[in-house]
Write a protein that binds this ligand. Structure first.
Ligand code: NAD
Ligand code: UD1
Length: 338
């Protein structure tokens, strides 16, 4: 298949590109590099030993996206292009709604005009909101999100569901990611956050490599076994494999289908720190701080549907997630800017 990856130079898109190439598909990347760099495309080619086509373009541009879709016989689109920093979305909500929703509408309109019927979307476990009991199951209703980033995902899911009702040709797979961490085992690709990391694992890795002095654990008084929050961390290569299955599924089906991509097992912040220290033999200094606004005590996935329908399950262990993160971080201490 010819798969167009919108936002394909980002953390999850780049790992998905490699797994799609490994599975025998062709990929075309479109990215404006607002949160990535052209170096990522070189790394994808190095790892896969394949040459790929990439475009520097804004997915919101109708002219650019029509030109790209008309130039290639695209079978399916995977839509990763979005802004994803929760705190920033609270400060700049309009920028988040504009970028995340416009990219989606533009892709759907261009797909319709060019006769492309299949799309996979990067949604998030955040759409379950605060009300649903865990483990989260796809049959639960979307809940109230605590921030504009989360609402963009929830609204985009609704847009896709409405689009499918109006167009019987359309096939949509909504993937609700839990907490992707880790890096490609080659050490050539990984997560490269700009500035101070918002998420746990890149922060831990930067403390270990000496870029930050210590981690602040946000709260140790939660009603969890060790008092720190628990999440469902999933290796990014497992997540990427899930996209290969999802895009193949989308090509065979019509309508909209939702899948959780998680492991089904939660780990606490302290368990992550301990696993990182143990598997890499490096110390990670931390201190306890206050709770972060909007954090839930714990949640994780019911991962049955993806196993039953897509024949996919996450197989990489927490130690592999920690080892691959460290391998990437220590060989690229400044990310892709080496
Ligand atoms: P990322 O920031 O690394 O990748 C997103 C890519 O999209 C970047 O390369 C960025 O430059 C590009 N982009 C953004 N807006 C664009 C536009 N208008 N035109 C062209 N390119 C654009 O993020 P990621 O971690 O790879 O996440 C990919 C998707 O998955 C995002 O939609 C994100 O919200 C979603 N998601 C991520 C996580 C996570 O923990 N990483 C969890 C749940 C959902
Ligand atoms: C966060 C977002 C979520 C988004 C996801 C993408 C919030 C409230 N939620 O999820 O919408 O889809 O990222 O990956 O931001 N932690 C620390 N110290 C740190 C960083 C994190 O203790 O410096 C803790 C957090 O309190 C949390 C856990 O580590 O309990 C994981 O945090 P993070 O990686 O930011 O993911 P989420 O909060 O689950």
């Amino acid at each position: 298949m010819e798969v167009l990856l919108a936002g394909g130079a980002g953390y999850i898109g780049s790992h998905t590109a490699v797994e799609l190439l490994n599975a025998g598909h062709n990929v075309i990347i479109v990215d404006n590099y607002s949160n990535s760099s052209p170096e990522v495309v070189r790394r994808i080619q190095k790892i896969s030993r394949r040459s790929i086509i990439s475009y520097e373009a804004d997915v919101r541009s109708k002219t650019d996206m029509m030109g790209i879709m008309e130039a290639h016989a695209i079978d399916s689109v995977i839509h990763f292009a979005g802004l994803k920093a929760v705190g920033e979305s609270v400060k700049n909500p309009l920028e988040y709604y504009r970028n995340n929703i416009d990219t989606t509408l533009n892709l759907l309109e261009c797909m319709k005009d060019c006769g492309v019927h299949n799309i996979v979307f990067s949604s998030s476990a955040t759409v379950y909101g605060e009300e649903n009991p865990y483990p989260y199951k796809e049959t639960m209703p979307r809940g109230n999100c605590s921030n504009p980033y989360g609402w963009t995902k929830s609204m985009i899911e609704q847009i896709f569901e409405d689009a499918v009702k109006a167009d019987p040709e359309l096939s949509v797979v909504l993937l609700r990611y839990f907490n992707p961490i880790g890096a490609h085992p080659s050490g050539h690709m990984g997560e490269d956050p700009q500035g101070i990391p918002n998420n746990l694992m890149p922060y831990v890795a930067q403390v270990a490599v000496g870029r930050r002095d210590h981690l602040i654990v946000f709260g140790n008084d939660y009603p969890t076994p060790d008092g720190t929050c628990r999440r469902d961390y999933i290796h990014v290569v497992d997540l990427a494999d899930g996209h290969v299955k999802a895009v193949e599924y989308a090509a065979q089906h019509k309508g909209a289908e939702v899948f959780n991509l998680g492991t089904g097992t939660p780990y606490s912040v302290l368990e992550i720190v301990e696993a990182f220290e143990r598997s890499n033999s490096v110390p990670v200094k931390y201190e306890f701080g206050s709770r972060r606004d909007g954090d839930l005590a714990e949640f994780w996935a019911n991962a049955d549907k993806a196993r039953e329908v897509l024949n996919w399950r996450a197989s990489r262990s927490l130690d592999e997630m920690c080892r691959d993160t460290w391998n990437w971080q220590k060989s690229n201490p400044n990310g892709y800017n080496n």
